[in-house]
Design a protein around this ligand. Sequence first.
Ligand SMILES: C[S@@+](CC[C@H](N)C(=O)[O-])C[C@H]1O[C@@H](n2cnc3c(N)ncnc32)[C@H](O)[C@@H]1O
Length: 261
Amino acid sequence: MDLIEHEYADLRALRTRRAMHRAYSSPVDDVDEVTLALARRWAGARGTVVDVGCGTGDLLRRWARDGYAGQLVGVDRSTAAVSGTRGGGVVVVRGDACALPLRDGSADCLLERHMLYHVADLRQALAESRRVVRPGGAFVAVVNMMDTTPRLARLLRDCVSSEGTPVRPFPRVDSESLRPLLKDTFAEVEETEYRGELVFHEPEQLAALAASLLVFYGLERGTARHGRMVEALREEAARAFAGGAGPWRDAKGWSLFVARR
Ligand SMILES: C[S@@+](CC[C@H](N)C(=O)[O-])C[C@H]1O[C@@H](n2cnc3c(N)ncnc32)[C@H](O)[C@@H]1O
């Protein structure tokens, strides 16, 4: 099992990251809400919507609760994501973004939010999305901007490299690298940006988000090293707030692309 598969074998860290960004971003950062508002336009009243890398399944369930009359389909490589998302009007299949288990032209709207960082072959994943979206349909991708949350990234890098182990570079996809590839693959590409900041008022909030990101710095949960790093992050977070310093702020941003076939 590779590290990313291990990470999503259960969804606790993903839930922490989602909750922290929703609770402590200014202005409010609700990717699900922004995606829903946009994707409704492309899906129509009875279309087929596919969420690849559906994770917690929150987006599809929210759409189902609104009484959507079309088909809501989740795809994920993780069995925890598949079993957690299934039901309540949502169909879920286990599958990989690079070889989608779906027919050509079967989706009116295909979503890939915060998941393209993990695919083995980005060009192949985009070609697969294009194959599955019907002509005239839309592919919606969300990825972070280059250098989002630089302060948090520095905190993690410093902590993880403090034991002398070089930090494993995370295979990065960001809005800069994705934009030209989308333009090569799709006929029309529109981009909407979210820019804001994380604002933490307590060290525990910062420590919790940082710990949930350790996997992307090469640390497997449940190992002694992971435990030591969680402790080190708690201490660093406490230091950052020492003597009444705070709130702790960090610039963040992501892009939402709508690519038309
Ligand atoms: C960061 S989470 C994002 C989840 C959700 N889209 C969201 O925005 O909250 C990434 C998700 O993509 C899934 N994933 C990673 N690589 C994948 C692949 N190659 N094909 C399909 N799903 C994948 C993971 O299992 C995980 O559920």
